[in-house]
Write a protein that binds this ligand. Sequence first.
Ligand code: PMP
Length: 319
Amino acid sequence: MLNLQRPKFAYMGGKLRPWEEATLHVGCEAVNRGLNVFEGLKGYWQPDWSFAVVMLRRHYERLQRSARLLHIPCCISFEEYTSAIEQLASSLLESERDMWFRTTLFVTEGHWGEGTIADLVVTAFHQEKVIPNAINLGVSTWQRSLDVALSARIKTSTNYQVARLARIEGRKNGCQDMILLNQWGRVAEATGSCILMVRDGTISTPPATEGALESITLEILEMLAESHGIPFVRRPIDRTELLVADEIALCGTLAEVVLVKSIEGLPLSGEAPLLKALQTRYFEAVRGTKPHPFVEMSTVRTTRGAPGPIADGAYTCRI
Ligand code: PMP
């Protein structure tokens, strides 16, 4: 039985509210049509006991792009957005755990695109300080939706209906995550993260035009790889290439960098030297032990706490 966190507070309607009071009306478009756009952000304790969120402005900008694509007015300034996250972090943070934030624009007023009004809701969940364990990955029979139907570029909850079905399918086969193929039968992305593959010393990942979200973590990894002289290309990937890849990993804000130990039941050769190195470098950058100029960390004003140790842990792509 799943035991999901129920934090004490959520930010809604411009202020913090008790969790039980952060509700939507059954008549609004957010409920009736699942109309919302959102961002998941992660904050990490830093060595100086400050708490910092990864690429805050990039997430704000992508939220605006998603809202624009669904004709949802986004009247929230970057300052208000930051303040909402700060308020919630201040009331919920614990020094022993990091935090994942979900910032959502829910459409609370309007009908079929007329009179649309959205409210910024922020929820936050504690995250254990772990390096994720390697996972078994499958390839789903479900497909990524077309750009002309529901573009993968739009980060909206409705885009995750298919991902949910893929996860249900994967669970039956002992897979912790699944790859969705696109309309051409090529690799798009995983259910809540992007995919990286190594063949002959080069890291490849499909471009967003193959049906992947424009991932901020991928941008970071691309820069980290470049700094370390590791070849990194964005190109279409066939399904069968995954089956003969030397190394595979998933990446995303919540997933972080997760190594893959088997693909469709076929074991991978084990060590994953390039992707393991990139995983290590990623955690050094976001945890501030070895910052990288591209990886923008926004310090959140909050009460102080001492960072705890980092352990190995289960795949945490859920809250
Ligand atoms: N694809 C999907 C479907 C996702 O939900 C996510 C997580 N936001 C990603 C890719 C990775 O995006 P990012 O690195 O910006 O978190």
